[in-house]
Design a binder for this molecule. Sequence first.
Ligand SMILES: C[S@@+](CC[C@H](N)C(=O)[O-])C[C@H]1O[C@@H](n2cnc3c(N)ncnc32)[C@H](O)[C@@H]1O
Length: 253
Amino acid sequence: METKTIARFYDNKVEAWDANYTGNADDIGQYEILRRRELVLEILFDRLHNHETLLLDIGCGTGRVISELIVRRPTWQAIGLDLSGEMIDFCQRTYYEQPNLKFFQYDISQAPLPLGAADAALALGVWGHLPDPERAIEHLYDSLRPNGLLIFSINKPSLPRALTVGYRAVRELFKAEHRHRATRNKSYRLAHVIESLSGRFTLLETRDYCYLPYLPGIRRFLRFSKFMERRLGKRPTPFSSAMLIVAQKQPAL
Ligand SMILES: C[S@@+](CC[C@H](N)C(=O)[O-])C[C@H]1O[C@@H](n2cnc3c(N)ncnc32)[C@H](O)[C@@H]1O
């Protein structure tokens, strides 16, 4: 997918994206986003204990993950980066009074980020949009301090995912206005991701968290997804469509 198309798509989606974070998660898409944030905060607080910690959020969207993080860890600093100028404008306007948060427009697939100082880098809901994830991994590696954490989400090929893609394809055939090409996130197998990380990152853990296809009316089954997550979330299975990957930067040889 062309990066410009993705930027344009998200430029027009700022308010709609932010609305995912308000109200109750009674829809599987919204549940995925809220659950992802919850899990990421849990993992960060579990693994990082320093008073001062620097975080990067690549593809930060409307900044809802790092803003929540700073509320709960006020001594931490976070930098939100996003391809979409409108997303960054929104974040700069919304969080201008928050000195621990900074936002800049940035494309992870283009420019290196040779900071070498971040304790953790997040990339949530971004992976499937990247034209060259291997390149992004190099850039993320350069941004982290040795042993720094990389936490990112992927969509996996799975039965729920296949049902979602099938449903969307049929809907698109009949309704032109539903053509959300930019959102067609590419999905990845864990084995493929592990291969891309090898030599730079060590895999620490994975968390599966969405066991339903994204179909209308499916919200009634959210309890089923939560049940499956409690049972299986800590091991990768072919039954879930969304996964968080936690990896650690290997020190340079
Ligand atoms: C699905 S949204 C996720 C937003 C946020 N991470 C969250 O969880 O609320 C994906 C975001 O990634 C951004 N994005 C896509 N490709 C990117 C790239 N190459 N570099 C930086 N950001 C990118 C989009 O502009 C969009 O804001």
